[in-house]
Design a protein around this ligand. Structure first.
Ligand code: UDP
Length: 332
């Protein structure tokens, strides 16, 4: 047994989920090494941790060889663009971080004899023909469509992880993460919750894509982080859905948002993006059974907390509404 505090490497540490994971592991008494290439992440999300002795940050792209000196007990691999607009803009990096990045981290886990948890996604189910989605559903993904760069990278990531588990006996965990929201989402990442909240704060109309009949099931970040933490510490190595089954259509959600923000916005309709899944709801029976976990935060409560966060952004952040410029990262 190694003595002293356990050390966890968190990739994508400056991103939405990564930064909340850093907070969680620090609070649980771990040493945390955060790693991020800062393409989609923002140091602002972890700046409060820099003064801590138990926190270190490496500005590094995990698609390149990953070196961490000393012991590593756990790895949480959360580096990846995560919004459809991001992976349309940086498709090749999206494929690389899910494939080459995962390979590097599995290699590191093997060398350090660390346990690794991989952030997979509900997108492995694609536009699902089975509803709700349980872990034994193989999915319905368009490999060559615009979302394929994310979906297939994540599917490959799961295959590679299981191969390391079976062939090398590596301790692996796979979380299939469903739509999650909360403070530190990037305002202009294009996802529906920051999009609607930004629009509400700027007094703009809410943009519903398609007729809004497509559904999603939104999980508050604190619930998600607790589920991920329990999964890491469990002894279960097959994929587990982590999300909130509280399903709603995007149109109903837009109407709810008008009530929440108290602004008098109209709903306007825009074209539905290609391959946008028509329905999504996690079956979380497995997580309930093996982790004793289920979401606790009601959508209205979580949305209120999230809206408070967005209200705290500066005018510049709010009105600099262009999607982040990735052009300098598009040289491979
Ligand atoms: N959406 C929308 N208006 C927006 C942004 C997104 O109606 O301004 C829709 C989108 O088409 C999808 C759903 O909201 O059906 C959730 O989209 P998001 O990008 O948040 O995540 P996804 O679950 O599609 O990865």
């Amino acid at each position: 047994m190694k003595e002293g505090k356990k050390k966890v490497l968190i990739t994508g540490a400056a991103g939405f989920l990564g930064s909340h994971l850093c907070d969680k592991f620090i609070a649980e008494g771990y040493k945390v090494v955060g790693m991020d290439n800062l393409i989609t992440g923002d140091l602002k999300n972890i700046s409060h941790l820099f003064k801590l002795e138990d926190f270190e940050f490496y500005h590094h792209d995990v698609t390149k060889f990953v070196h961490v000196p000393g012991r590593v007990d756990y790895i949480m691999h959360f580096a990846s663009p995560a919004s459809p607009i991001d992976y349309l803009k940086i498709p090749i990096q999206t494929l690389k971080v899910g494939s080459l990045g995962t390979h590097n981290l599995l290699g590191l886990a093997k060398q350090k004899e660390a346990r690794i948890l991989i952030a997979s996604t509900s997108e492995v189910y694609g536009d699902p023909l089975v509803h709700p989605q349980s872990e034994d559903y193989y999915g319905n993904v368009n490999t060559i469509g615009p979302r394929g760069v994310y979906d297939e990278a994540k599917r490959f990531q799961e295959s590679l992880t299981m191969a390391y588990h079976r062939f090398h006996g590596l301790e692996t965990r796979i979380a299939r993460i469903f739509n999650t929201y909360g403070p530190r989402m990037r305002l202009n990442d294009g996802r529906v919750i920051p999009a609607f909240m930004g629009q509400a704060l700027r007094g703009e109309d809410l943009t519903v894509f398609g007729d809004g009949s497509q559904t999603r099931s939104f999980c508050y970040v604190d619930d998600q982080i607790e589920g991920l933490y329990r999964l890491l510490l469990s002894d279960y190595s097959l994929p587990v859905n982590i999300g909130n089954p509280d399903e709603i259509s995007i149109l109903d959600f837009a109407e709810e948002m008008v009530g929440l923000t108290g602004s008098e916005q109209k709903i306007i309709y825009k074209e539905l993006p290609k391959d946008d899944p028509l329905q999504r709801q996690p079956d979380i029976s497995l997580a309930k059974e093996i982790l004793g976990w289920e979401p606790q935060v009601d959508r209205k409560v979580g949305m209120k907390k999230t809206f408070e966060y967005f209200k705290g952004l500066t005018e510049e952040e709010l009105y600099n509404s262009e999607h982040k410029d990735f052009s300098k990262h598009n040289r491979l």
